[in-house]
Design a protein around this ligand. Structure first.
Ligand code: URP
Ligand code: ZN
Ligand code: ZN
Length: 459
C-alpha cells in the first residue's frame, strides 16, 4: 500500500515548495500538487508543517568499549531515540583498539547492529594500527560497502595512531577513493599535560579542558590537514570545537586541501563552565575535544552559517553517572562522551533556525544532505526527490517543549541538555516509507533498519 504525505511545505537543502509526496515500495515515486492516488493509500496530512529529508547523524558511537567500560547504549534504543528526534540514518564508528584485529572488530560491530536498529545505518571503519594485514583488511571492508575510515590523533595506546600510521592510512584511502575522518588532537601532549596536572593535585573534571587546550586541537588539525595535503587524500575533521582549530582547517581548505569540517551538537550549545560544575555534575560534560570557553560558540555558529563548517553530528556517546564516577579521583578516568542523538535536530532547529538566524536550507544541508554527499549516500538519502528512499520528517514548528532525562527515550540516566527549550519537533518520521515515529513516540517496527553499503566517493 502506498503512502501520501499531503500538503506540507517541502524543504530541502536547495528548495522550498508546497506539495504532496507519494511513496511506493520504499521510495518516493511522485512529488506534485493535488496528487490523485490509488484507493487504500494511507494519507498523512502535513498541512502547516514542514517536510524535511530524513536527517543523518554522521558521528555516532553505540557499541563502544572505551576507558575501561562500554558506552551505555544499544542499537535498538539509540535508533528509536534517533527516529523520535528526526534522524533516520546514523553512521557509527566501528572502533577497534590497537590490540584488536580490525576485520574481527568490523564484523562484531556489524553483528551488534544487524536486526536491531529501527533506522538505517552505516559505518566508518576505525584504523587504530597499521601493520602487514591492514591493507588487505581495509580493502575487504571497503568492498563490503564501508567506504570511510576513522583515525584518532588522541587516546594514546588505545585508539590512537602515530604519524606513520596516519600517512599509510591516508595513502590507502587515496588509492581506494574513500574519505578519512579524524579526531584531531595530539596524543603525546595530552598525556603529558594530564600527568602534570594530576601531579599537582588537579584531579576534578574542571581540569579536563586545560589538559587538552585549544592549541592542541589546532596542532592536530594542522597536522592532519598537512598529511591530507601531502597524500592527496580527502579528509574530514570530526567534532571541531574551537576557533584556533577552525582557523587552521579553513586555511587548509583555502589553499585547496580536500578537507571537510564537522562540528557536533554540544560545541554549539554548551561551554566549559558545564564541566566546571562540582563532582558528577561536571563529569557529565566530559568529552573530547572538551567543551570550550564560550567565546568559541558564536565562531562555530558563524562558520556553520557560511558553510565552512559543513556538517553537524552529535558524537553521541553516552555513559551514565555511575560510569562517570569512575573518574572521581582523577579526571583522566572519566569516560569521555555525552548523548545527543535524539536532540540534535530539535536543538539545532530551535537555536539555529528559530533563534539564531541559520538559514533553513543550510540547516537541512548541515544535518542531512551534506553528510549524504560526503559519505556516498546521496541521492538515496539526504534529499526529497523521485527515486530517493522515502525517509521523511514531517516537522511541527508549533510544538513547544523542554529537553529532559525524564521524558527522553535514550537509556542514559541524564541528558546534557536538561531544561533546554525546543520550538519544534518531528510529527511523523518515515524510514523507507514506514511510519516509525509520531509526535514524540516510537510507533513503528524495531529492527527494520538496514546497513547502507556505499561506493567509494572520492576521486
Ligand atoms: O568524548 C568523546 N568524544 N567520546 C567519544 C570518542 C570520540 O573521541 O569521539
Ligand atoms: Zn573523537
Ligand atoms: Zn566520536
Amino acid at each position: 500500500m502506498g503512502l501520501l504525505i499531503k500538503g506540507g511545505e517541502i524543504v530541502t537543502a536547495e528548495t522550498r515548495l508546497k506539495g504532496d509526496i507519494y511513496i511506493e515500495n520504499e521510495t518516493i515515486s511522485t512529488i506534485g500538487t493535488g496528487l490523485t492516488v490509488p484507493p487504500g493509500t494511507e494519507v498523512i496530512d502535513a498541512t502547516r508543517k514542514l517536510v524535511f529529508p530524513g536527517f543523518i547523524d554522521p558521528h555516532v558511537h553505540i557499541h563502544l568499549p572505551f576507558m575501561g567500560t562500554f558506552a551505555k547504549e544499544t542499537h535498538a534504543a539509540a535508533s528509536v531515540a534517533a527516529l523520535i528526534g528526526g534522524t533516520t540514518t546514523f553512521i557509527e564508528m566501528a572502533c577497534p583498539s590497537r590490540k584488536e584485529d580490525a576485520l574481527e572488530t568490523y564484523h562484531t560491530w556489524k553483528q551488534k547492529a544487524e536486526g536491531n536498529s529501527a533506522c538505517d545505518y552505516a559505518f566508518h571503519m576505525g584504523v587504530s594500527r597499521y601493520d602487514d594485514k591492514t591493507e588487505a583488511q581495509l580493502m575487504e571492508v571497503v568492498k563490503d560497502g564501508t567506504t570511510s575510515f576513522k583515525i584518532f590523533l588522541s587516546y594514546k595506546n588505545f585508539f590512537g595512531v602515530d604519524d606513520e600510521e596516519m600517512f599509510r592510512t591516508l595513502k590507502l584511502a587515496t588509492k581506494l577513493g574513500v574519505i578519512t575522518t579524524a579526531h584531531c588532537e595530539n596524543a603525546e601532549l595530552v598525556g603529558q599535560l594530564q600527568q602534570q596536572l594530576l601531579a599537582e593535585g588537579k584531579i576534578g573534571p574542571e581540569w579536563h579542558e586545560p589538559s587538552r587546550p585549544e592549541a592542541i586541537e589546532a596542532e592536530g588539525t594542522t597536522r592532519f590537514a598537512t598529511f591530507v595535503e601531502q597524500t592527496g587524500a580527502t579528509g574530514y575533521v570530526v567534532h571541531l570545537s574551537c576557533a584556533p582549530a577552525l582557523r587552521v582547517a579553513v586555511d587548509a581548505k583555502m589553499r585547496g586541501v580536500k578537507l571537510h569540517i564537522e562540528s557536533v551538537l554540544p560545541h554549539f550549545l554548551l561551554d566549559k563552565s558545564y564541566a566546571e560544575r562540582a563532582g558528577v555534575e561536571g563529569m557529565k560534560y566530559i568529552m573530547s575535544p572538551p567543551l570550550r570557553d564560550k567565546r568559541n560558540l558564536p565562531v562555530l555558529w558563524n562558520a556553520l552559517k557560511t558553510g565552512l563548517i559543513e556538517t553537524v553530528g552529535t558524537d553521541h556517546c553516552p555513559f551514565d553517572t555511575e560510569q562517570k564516577l569512575m573518574g572521581a579521583k582523577a579526571f583522566t578516568q572519566i569516560p569521555n562522551g555525552i548523548p545527543g542523538i535524539e536532540d540534535r535536530v530539535n536543538l539545532m532547529y530551535t537555536y539555529g533556525v528559530k533563534r539564531g538566524g541559520l538559514d533553513i536550507h543550510r540547516f537541512v544541508d548541515a544535518l542531512s544532505t551534506g553528510a549524504a554527499k560526503l559519505f556516498g549516500l546521496y541521492p538515496r538519502k539526504g534529499t526529497i526527490a523521485v527515486g530517493a528512499d522515502a525517509d521523511l520528517v514531517v516537522y511541527d514548528t508549533k510544538y513547544r517543549g523542554k529537553i529532559s532525562a525524564t521524558t527522553h527515550h535514550g537509556i542514559n540516566n541524564y541528558n546534557g541538555f536538561e531544561g533546554f527549550e525546543i520550538e519544534g519537533r518531528p510529527s511523523v518520521v518515515t524510514v523507507r516509507g514506514k511510519v516509525q515515529a509520531r509526535d514524540g513516540a516510537f510507533v513503528g517496527k524495531p529492527g527494520i533498519g538496514r546497513m547502507l553499503r556505499r561506493e567509494p566517493q572520492c576521486n
